[in-house]
Design a protein around this ligand. Structure first.
Ligand SMILES: Nc1nc2c(c(=O)[nH]1)N(C=O)[C@@H](CNc1ccc(C(=O)N[C@@H](CCC(=O)O)C(=O)O)cc1)CN2
Ligand SMILES: Nc1ncnc2c1ncn2[C@@H]1O[C@H](COP(=O)(O)OP(=O)(O)OP(=O)(O)O)[C@@H](O)[C@H]1O
Length: 198
């Protein structure tokens, strides 16, 4: 089982890393339009608390979406790897002038500042990176278990917030993922081509 997860990770990471700059730019524009349109259909008020991520390893580029959401007065957060609580994530406010530093994987995150951390249930939307997703909204990540561990508490309850939304290129879709007990399925996945809802 874990072997096939590793295989899927390897082949899909290769596919998305092979997308051209032009494909990435177009994908980034479509993502931005699709998510902002999605917020409109939810009649979302301003000042929503939205966690995104800074793209790495061929992931769908979020930089344009972040700028547009700032312009619409939403409050943006990024994941920060917890300094001592194993492989879990904190969600810290991200502004244009936030001091940043590279984490152990070379991904930039805001320098830890406890006064800027948002507790998970106070977030409205959690936009998550993923390596592969399937027909049922299952998600396979980079293999660190960061999001699954962080969301484990929510998974046990019948939670309302945050809404979990995966972001991916269309080439990251597979028919069926081998899932594990801790995997947290998603109700929405947004690609440049369409919004999947379960
Ligand atoms: N953009 C982004 N930010 C994110 C995540 C993510 O998937 N994407 N994460 C989602 O959880 C967390 C970081 N998790 C990550 C886990 C593994 C690797 C990675 O590149 N692994 C290398 C091996 C690196 C090593 O061991 O030194 C690899 O698999 O090649 C990157 C991020 C938090 N921030
Ligand atoms: N809720 C959890 N409690 C304890 N360990 C967990 C939990 N979720 C995941 N793990 C551990 O993390 C490891 C990696 O999990 P998995 O392969 O599902 O990560 P992933 O979803 O690909 O990564 P990420 O969530 O960081 O994007 C697993 O081997 C598992 O042992």
């Amino acid at each position: 089982m874990s072997d096939s997860r590793a295989q899927i990770r390897k082949s899909i990471r290769e596919l998305r890393n092979n997308l051209s700059n032009e494909q990435q730019n177009l994908a980034s524009q479509s993502l931005s339009m699709n998510f902002i349109q999605y917020l409109k259909t939810k009649k979302t008020a301003k000042n929503q608390h939205i966690t995104i991520y800074l793209s790495n390893d061929g992931e769908l580029d979020t930089s344009l979406l972040i700028k547009e959401l700032w312009n619409l007065n939403h409050v943006i957060y990024l994941p920060v790897i917890h300094p001592f609580n194993g492989a879990t994530l904190l969600f810290q406010r991200y502004e244009k002038n936030s001091p940043m530093k590279a984490n152990r994987y070379g991904i930039f995150e805001p320098k830890l500042n406890c006064s800027q951390i948002c507790p998970l249930p106070e977030l409205d939307y959690l936009l998550m990176p993923l390596v592969a997703f399937d027909n049922q909204g299952n998600r396979l990540g980079m293999g660190g278990g960061f999001y699954d561990r962080t969301l484990a508490r929510l998974h046990d309850e019948n939670w309302q917030k945050p809404r979990l939304i995966g972001l991916a290129h269309e080439c990251q879709k597979v028919d069926v993922l081998p899932i594990e007990s801790w995997d947290v399925p998603l109700k929405t996945i947004i690609t440049p081509n369409k919004n999947y809802c379960w």
